[in-house]
Write a protein that binds this ligand. Sequence first.
Ligand code: AMP
Ligand code: GLY
Length: 425
Amino acid sequence: MHNFLVLGSGGREHAFAWKLAQSNYCNELFIAPGNGGTQAHGKNLDLKVSDFIGIAAACLTHNIEFVLVGPEQPLVEGIYNYFKTNGTLKHITVIGPSKNAAKLEASKSFTNAFLAEYNIPTAASLDITSKNIEEGFAYIDSNKPPYVLKADGLAAGKGVLIIQDPTEAKENLKEMLQGKFGEASNKVVIEEFLDGIEFSVFVLTDGESYKILPIAKDYKRIGENDTGLNTGGMGSVSPVSFVDETMRNKVIERVVKPTMQGIRDRGMDYTGFIFIGLISVQNEPYVIEFNVRMGDPETEVVIPRLKNDLGELCVMIKEGRLGEAEIEIDHRYCTTVFLVSSGYPEKYEKGKAITNVPTKITDGVVFHAGTKLEHDILKTNGGRVIAMSALGANLQEAIKKSLEQAEQVTFEGKYYRKDIGFDLN
Ligand code: AMP
Ligand code: GLY
């Protein structure tokens, strides 16, 4: 038995905490900073995810042996290396990749070079800085719209622009290089536009072996029928009907295996999750992005379908024995629907009392995100508030349950999409 710390405060981290609380390998569970839901499974610690000194001190105080990292920020900032290179922390296992490996999420041009080296299918791309902006203009002049412009670095999920008009594309390219997304857009990647349907494949690795977790699809737009502004994610489903055995095998052969090869060849220290964002273009998979963590809200549908003991998988990663694990997946469908605050993803208010949150539900789980307990009263504390996950024999049954749960909860300004999974069968 070991003590675990989950780092983060969203629905993803609540799902990890819920799962670890059921583990035969988990003794005490801590979540930092956690939310109004995570404290049902462990102790919330009031620490920021980038406060490595505070996190390290908490690990020593509470005899924590495993740190499961939710968001990308501490990974990109090198939490793995911080623990690995510090004598008093070396015995603690960080489930998440090293700073160097986290570049697979933190730099689009690094990732594109990696994909090209290993012949992994992706969009053709061009790196532009203020030094070769003319090349960018020439690309726009000689190619058809839409134009895909990406900030090279992390831009809080906002760094991708897809533009129809060539003049507007050039204008935006110039603005990006002048700091539209801060330092993240000092370099811009112009990509070929891929027209297809997106899905996400999740891989768990100890750096040598890997296991494929359930495949999922998320819904990022605020409005029904995928309209309106991009959000952190309004819902997700797993499995994804069009990702059949043939597609899954193509992804494994053309993407997962060469990616693992690249990670090993380059000696990147990689323990934890690889999130591969893919697009199916006429039934051929192309990589759109890597993330070096689980997705949110994908975790809220992947974790309920994973039958394995998550604590045991973490122990196997530590011991380099992940290859021996047999991944067992619940064959039912899982869906999640996010309840969000009125105004999200733009300005919204916090601190609204939340009532009627269902507790004991058959084949459903409530995952908190932007919530907090204030003197025993549950209040909203973010844009995405609660994710309603449910399992069903088919997509329709699962989504019906998610929506029933979503309807019950009350808080001022509650909004959710009723069409999650609308484009699947
Ligand atoms: P990213 O931040 O890389 O995930 O990109 C955000 C979104 O932009 C993706 O989820 C896709 O919907 C879209 N996107 C990114 N790259 C491309 C591309 N090359 N072609 C078409 N759509 C893209
Ligand atoms: N759901 C997309 C993400 O976590 O980045």
